[in-house]
Write a protein that binds this ligand. Structure first.
Ligand code: DGL
Length: 268
């Protein structure tokens, strides 16, 4: 049994967690949310790099993971090389699924929904140049949408008009047939986003990176373990840790439903 740490600024990493649990059952999982420093998508790069390095150092010391998944596009698009140079365990990053979206779009008009930071990254621009040069890419950067997801999982009722306001540039362009959810928070709004497109008689395919990440984790697990170990690894234990105490009873319930058996605080 391996220990997989999954880290995000907030609850967005749960979308990656769920796919990893589905594809790679039988491992111990620690989900880390840096809720003290949330949100990441409005932070200047140097501040973000410093914070992420600090959090990963704590994760390494406390949990010694076999694999760390940076379940955050905003962080992954800027810190992966320095983290990989510093830590010995495998580090898997989550970056915008621009390649599959460009391949699957028939109209060659795609939407890119991310945090303002991810939208501005040179990393993202390079992905577009490399894989989607034949597409028109409509970029929408929103931290409001990230906060809406946090609100939803903390028990809030989200009026569809608030999501609609963010998606306006995508909703108003009928040519767009594919939307990249390039922030791990956004798949947690899949149903709401799909309903909005349906209400506008639109068929837009939502694409995120979670399956690709889970497959990569599965590949690393198989190359790290013997077949015997895998077949014996039936029990899976999931712990959620937050960098400051949670103050949302509804979120405890959500975490329980996701399968977390304990919820702790990791002071940074
Ligand atoms: N979930 C993170 C991502 O994938 C960002 C959320 C934030 O702004 O903190 O980009």
């Amino acid at each position: 049994m391996s220990l997989i740490a999954i880290y995000d600024s907030g609850v967005g990493g749960l979308s990656i967690y769920q796919t990893i649990v589905d594809y790679c059952p039988g491992h111990e999982i620690v989900f880390v949310s840096d809720n003290e420093a949330f949100p990441y998508g409005t932070k200047p790069e140097p501040e973000l790099v410093q914070r992420v390095t600090k959090v990963v150092t704590q994760i390494a010391e406390h949990f010694a993971p076999d694999i760390l998944v940076i379940a955050c596009n905003t962080a992954s698009t800027v810190v992966l090389p320095s983290l990989r140079a510093r830590f010995e365990f495998d580090i898997v990053g989550v970056v915008p699924a621009i390649k599959p979206a460009a391949e699957q779009s028939k109209t060659k008009c795609i939407g890119l929904l991310a945090t303002p930071a991810t939208i501005q990254r040179a990393y993202t621009e390079n992905l577009i140049t490399e894989f989607a040069s034949d597409c028109q890419v409509t970029k929408v950067g929103s931290s409001d949408l990230v906060c809406l997801v946090e609100e939803k999982l903390s028990g809030g009722n989200i009026a569809p008009s608030r999501i609609e306001a963010v998606l306006e540039p995508i909703l108003s362009d009928n040519r767009i047939d594919t939307l990249i959810l390039a922030c791990t928070h956004f798949p947690l709004l899949n149903n709401e986003i799909n309903s909005l497109f349906q209400a506008n008689s639109r068929h837009v395919k939502l694409i995120d990176s979670s399956k690709g990440i889970a497959k990569r984790v599965s590949f690393l697990l198989h190359s790290n373990e013997s077949t015997d170990e895998l077949s014996e690894a039936k029990n899976e234990q999931a712990t959620a840790v937050f960098t400051q105490p949670l103050n949302a009873p509804a979120l405890f319930k959500v975490l329980e439903n996701f399968g977390f058996s304990s919820i702790d605080v990791l002071a940074i």
